[in-house]
Write a new protein. Structure first.
Length: 338
């Protein structure tokens, strides 16, 4: 598994969007292999919910099917390592046809999200620094729409296919993103609101590093070692995938993702310093509500400040975006004279 993504690093299809998706998967496959081969033994530390017995003692074909199910569920939906921040999956009582029909409708809505983000980014043009705050805010919002729609539609397409062929059940799929209402600080944004597709494989190197350095669990040293290593690995992943559309190595993605760990450290420090004051205040409820509103603004403004590091080349947006020729909203806006 370690050799497959390395051997296919120069595989190209000509289409930037397809190249980006394939190389992202290959990079993820590499880190999954590191987690499952170097750091952990999956058959020992991972279990499906309601699994009977240890998988190591099962016949080869049963273990093979178990491994494929594990690989197809990167977030661990229905497994013991499922992230706590995920929204609940579909009910087991959901009929297959109802799930497929609703997923297709949601996928159409996700395409409109991508379309809206693409139109907005074309109107603003290239997301370089030096633009007014309002323009950079619109760029951030537009790219957010584009990326959310992109990831949601990919999950919907995969879920419809796997449920249609009978490989998976509707309850095997949870929504791609968590509750946006929880994104009132960077830590919760990344750990609960944002997608958790790569959480385990990106955090596994940090867990291995803490173990190798014999850092006591539950300490700040352990927590922040894992925090920074996770975002460094994430930055490296996106540096590799961005190379497929930029055709050169860029440090922008690394700066963006490491800056998220820096931002979390800042807000942890502020929360520690202000926590005692707030807890002793008779206006505790009002102060917390105000703090939450400030938190939403803080998260958005931090993204406005840091995102241009990642997007400064501009080709990433073109690879992910909906072209003007395929855009529904662009045709509507043109027809109404916009």
């Amino acid at each position: 598994m370690l050799s497959i993504p390395l051997g296919l690093v120069n595989l190209h299809f000509g289409d930037e969007d397809l190249d980006l998706s394939v190389h992202c998967f290959l990079a993820i496959l590499f880190f999954v292999a590191v987690d499952w081969i170097v750091i952990h033994e999956p058959q020992i530390v991972m279990r499906q919910k309601n699994q009977r017995g240890d998988i190591q003692s099962k016949p080869f074909l049963e273990r093979l099917a178990w491994g494929i199910r594990l690989l197809m569920s990167l977030r661990g939906v229905g497994w013991d390592h499922q992230p706590r921040g995920l929204r609940p999956p579909c009910s087991p009582k959901t009929p297959k046809l109802e799930f497929i029909a609703s997923s297709i409708l949601y996928a159409l809505g996700d395409f409109l999200l991508m379309d809206a983000g693409s139109v907005l980014l074309r109107i603003i043009d290239k997301p370089y620094y030096g633009r007014p705050l309002a323009s950079q805010s619109l760029i951030t919002f537009g790219f957010g729409l584009l990326l959310v729609g992109q990831l949601q539609i990919q999950l919907k397409i995969m879920s419809v296919f796997l449920v249609s062929v009978g490989y998976s059940k509707p309850q095997d799929f949870a929504p791609a993103f968590g509750y946006w209402s929880k994104a009132h600080n960077l830590r919760k944004f990344w750990s609960e609101a944002w997608h958790q597709f790569f959480r385990r494989c990106l955090s596994a190197p940090g867990v291995g590093l803490v173990h190798a350095l014999s850092i006591p669990r539950g300490t700040n040293a352990s927590a922040y070692t894992q925090l920074y290593s996770t975002f460094i690995v994430s930055g490296f992943l996106h540096v590799c995938t961005d190379y497929t559309v930029n055709y050169k190595w860029s440090h922008g993605p690394m700066i963006f993702f490491v800056s998220q760990a820096v931002g979390i450290t800042v807000e942890d420090t502020v929360a520690y310093l202000t926590g005692r004051v707030i807890s002793n205040s008779r206006w505790q409820g009002s102060v917390q509500a105000l703090g939450r509103m400030i938190g939403y603004a803080w998260v958005f403004l931090w993204m406005v400040y840091t995102l241009p590091f990642w997007l400064q080349e501009g080709r990433l947006i073109r690879a992910w975006g909906v072209s003007a020729e395929a855009s529904i909203l662009e045709k509507v806006l043109t027809r109404v004279g916009f």
